[in-house]
Design a protein. Structure first.
Length: 162
């Protein structure tokens, strides 16, 4: 084929910003997202990322009040109407809640403080779980985007990481 023929009929390649074709599951997930799901997701991702970042910076974190409130809001909200996506959402919540419990059980605020070595192990285990919860939330973002859902730039909890 000559160069002129190729130039006459260029092929279009899809761009990463092209929205996918809507599917019934995608439409239901988009509806969930629009009906306060985005607020629940964004708040949980923002709060989880915030405490995780502080921990990664070596700062002691035992105040989970805002993260707990975001988690309660997420847990109280309706399920995502797509089973694989809901499984990721539920696991993110489970990992985050369990991680917070482990971190707190290893702190001096625990009702029955653990011996020092057990406390360190509990906190390490807790931060690992919170990290897994954060990874699940990031995976959930990718699932939303695959369904054609694009967060508002001002509310995107991952904007600083893109």
């Amino acid at each position: 084929m000559s160069v002129k023929a190729e130039q006459a009929h260029p092929t279009r390649t899809p761009t990463p910003t092209s929205p996918p074709e809507p599917t019934p599951a995608g439409e239901l997930v988009a509806l969930w997202y629009k009906q306060d799901g985005s607020e629940r997701y964004n708040e949980l991702a923002k709060r989880t990322r915030g405490v995780h970042d502080l921990h990664e910076q070596g700062r002691g974190v035992i105040d989970f009040e805002n993260l707990s409130a975001a988690l309660r809001g997420a847990e109280a909200h309706q399920e995502i109407p797509d089973a694989p996506t809901q499984a990721v959402w539920a696991n993110a919540q489970k990992q985050t809640r369990s991680g917070m419990a482990d971190v707190l059980s290893g702190s001096s605020l625990a009702l029955m403080p653990l011996p020092e070595d057990e406390a360190r192990e509990a906190q390490a285990r807790g931060w690992e779980k919170i990290g897994k919860g954060l990874a699940e939330l990031k995976d959930l973002d990718a699932r939303f985007r695959a369904f054609g859902i694009r967060p508002d730039v001002l509310k995107d909890p991952w904007a600083a990481y893109n």
